[in-house]
Design a protein around this ligand. Structure first.
Ligand code: DOR
Length: 424
């Protein structure tokens, strides 16, 4: 099966290729990238006016299967991913039961193979049941094919256990993803400590709750030699810690989510549960610092933390509401704002969505458009304007605070292994 993508503007930071190129795909693999290709193909896609980018890779999403299929399934979550231009998603372990053993890992992989339309890479839990007490079956999950370990949604508060997990991870070549939140300090709060929290009469979580754990996990990565990735980083202090550690040669990377660089804690006013998440939305100064971090090249990836929840879990009193928002179908548009604001070039943005995450995961044939690479490709129109409509989302959940926002950027076609999995 041969597929030709013609007349598009290729922006591929990993191969440093940018400009008008055609791509020939043969049996799921990129065969040629050349100025003009005029071979006969089974299908030709006219990409005139579109950006042709390596398929996006989301380092952080929640697919909820097994156990919470009323929120999302592997089928609906990967459909949402494809609609958002993502060709690979890394799914967190806080399913029910928790992905803390190889049986669950294999279940996720089987489902993904049967029903998923993009690549699904499971994360295994660090601790059994995410309880932070004893280690999960890390070795067996590694054998089954997890790409990382994380208790995301919870912090491993016991430093000795985290140290042991990092030692195991290092031995198995796994990435350790840190949900950095000192729970004794945050009190599991989902709003930033500050004026808005005080006015609403809600207990807040200070920046320090995150920074303490970022510092601890960097120290443990240094001690053990493990590869550390800081999930959903939200503060200037955390970014300084990561940057300083990277300068010292510590293997640490970080991601920032579109909602954390777009929204502030002002969004929580009116007890808006769609703006309730952990870590919480911070104040404007912090958001400005994250944006500066992008400009300075201090952030290695943009990840969605796509966290689907049913309306009955969100349309309740603030303190009872579930944490998180869906992000797969708005990530590109929100991220393009960074280009609009001249904080990033389009190529730098695409790097944060593709080759950046690929290199964090150590994926060899993804995140790049060159002969021999997997034909995971996203075609999008960066200028097309749309009004976000949750009712058009593929996700099974609708908990997005961006409903009704006018945003630029539309995914046109998504290909996984040379197969069209989404077409606008
Ligand atoms: O807001 C959040 N929701 N933060 C997390 O860390 C977990 C996630 C979820 O699973 O819903």
């Amino acid at each position: 099966m041969k597929l030709l993508i013609k007349n598009g503007t290729v922006v591929d930071p990993a191969s440093k290729r940018e400009g008008h190129f055609d791509l020939l795909i043969n049996n799921g693999t990129i065969q040629k990238v050349e100025r003009k290709i005029s071979t006969a193909a089974d299908e030709t896609i006219n990409a005139d006016g579109l950006i042709v980018a390596p398929g996006f890779i989301d380092l952080h999403c929640h697919l909820r299967e097994p156990g919470q299929e009323y929120k999302e399934t592997i089928r609906s979550g990967t459909a949402a991913a494809a609609a958002g231009g993502f060709t690979t998603v890394v799914c967190m372990a806080n399913t029910e039961p928790v992905n803390d053993n190889a049986v669950i890992t294999e279940f996720i992989q089987k489902k993904a193979k049967e029903e998923g339309i993009v690549n699904v890479l499971p994360v295994g839990a660090i601790s059994r049941g995410l309880k932070g007490e004893s280690l999960a079956d890390i070795g067996q999950m590694a054998e089954a094919g997890i790409v990382a370990i994380s208790d995301d949604g919870r912090t491993v508060m016991n430093s000795a256990l985290m140290r042991k997990a990092m030692q195991y991870a290092r031995g198995f070549g796994l990435l350790v993803i840190s949900h950095a939140e000192d729970e004794t300090l945050s009190g599991a709060s989902s709003i930033n400590e500050g004026l808005v929290a005080t006015e609403l009469g809600l207990p807040g979580s200070p920046n320090a709750a995150e920074e303490i754990m970022v510092a601890r996990d960097i120290a443990l990565a240094e001690l053990t030699g493990a590869r550390l990735h800081v999930a959903h980083l939200t503060t200037k202090g955390s970014l300084e810690l990561v940057t300083a550690a990277r300068k010292r040669g510590v293997q640490v990377t970080c991601e920032v989510t579109p909602h954390h660089f777009t929204l502030t804690d002002e969004m929580v006013r009116g007890y808006n549960t769609l703006a309730k998440m952990r870590p919480p939305l911070r104040k404007q100064e912090e958001v400005d610092e994250l944006k500066l971090g992008f400009k300075k090249g201090l952030i290695q990836a943009i990840a969605t933390d796509h966290a689907p929840h049913a309306s009955f879990e969100k349309e309740v009193e603030f303190h009872l509401a579930a944490n998180g928002l869906i992000g797969l179908e708005t990530a590109l548009s929100l991220s393009l704002q960074l280009v609009e604001e001249k904080l990033l070039t389009l190529s730098e943005l695409i790097r944060l969505l593709s080759s950046g995450p690929a290199s964090i995961l150590g994926l060899k044939n993804k995140g790049i458009l060159q002969p021999g690479a997997d034909a995971d490709i996203t075609l999008f129109d960066p200028k097309a304007s749309r009004v976000v409509d949750i009712n058009s989302f593929r996700s099974r959940s609708k908990n997005s605070p961006f409903h009704g926002w006018r945003l630029k950027g539309e995914v046109h076609t998504t290909l996984v292994g040379g197969k069209v999995v989404f077409r606008d």
